[in-house]
Design a protein around this ligand. Sequence first.
Ligand SMILES: *Cc1c(COP(=O)(O)O)cnc(C)c1O
Length: 341
Amino acid sequence: MEKKNIDWGNLGFAYHVTDYRYVSNYKNGAWDEGGLITDDKIVMSEDAGVLQYAQTVFEGLKAYETEDGHIVCFRPDLNAERMEGSAARLEIPVFPKERFIDAVKQVVKANEAWVPPYGSGATLYIRPYSFGISPVIGVKPADEYQFRIFVTPVGPYFKGGAKPIVIKVSDFDRAAPRGTGHIKAGLNYAMSLHAIVTAHDEGYAENVYLDPATRTKIEETGGANTIFVDEDGNLIVPKSESILPSITRRSLVYVAEHYLGLKVTEREVFLDEVGQYPEMGLCGTAAVISPVAKINDHGREIVFRDNQEKMGPVLQKLYDTLTGIQMGRIEAPEGWICRID
Ligand SMILES: *Cc1c(COP(=O)(O)O)cnc(C)c1O
């Protein structure tokens, strides 16, 4: 398969229209057969449920070429399951897991020429989503929905290694207790936009959100979970019902325990305690791990000692092991790597 003529190493994280997308429509109580189409535009009612009441959920995962030249994606079954849960919470009909995985395979295979070559650092980002497409004016779920997946090539998240970032404690709240923080919904992002623009204007790379009920515990950033490394080199992972269950974070926990022999403690983590930890990382599909150099809490600086010039040693080992597993350089646990070609 001839690759597209793209400067893969210099791609940013931006949307490019690719050749095929997968679409299935839900009407009269059932999803249709679905399939690949070339039209990148969606025509819908001006009163579609997604436009009026934000009835939409999404996923994000990557396809890439491994060292031995296969196209694969990483744990798509977990994205499928998470999207089932997100959809159910917003009264969107569930697109079944098996069909989700099959659709991911179809759309990646059809856009094979857009999968960046091994070693370029670039990947093919996959965006599945589901939304209410029929008109609603009274507040209720739409009657009709569309499930869609597009793909777009994205560049290496960090060019020339991960630079530790400085983040701030946000004065805004991300997710209420018993709210929707645990599902992957556009609504959680809409409300974070003002907070992130404000943080950027003040010179911070990201916001870290606290639990809204007490504002004493670390939840996560706008789009990544947090992890900490203690003085003994073990992992501490914040636990809360309103944190989005990151697949990267869950995979890192497994790698820490089963590949690196670290102790992992998942529990509530207080803002007041994190100053004693030498490393803090943000984890998500895009960057895998971003090191945090400092948190600014209203003028008080919390410094992560081993993350100053570059990612600290424990996070680096976690990063190298997980990316090694993803790229086929280290043997993966059963079922983690899904072959597409
Ligand atoms: C998607 C997302 C993450 C990261 O999840 P991954 O499955 O690791 O990509 C973390 N936090 C939020 C709020 C997210 O939406």
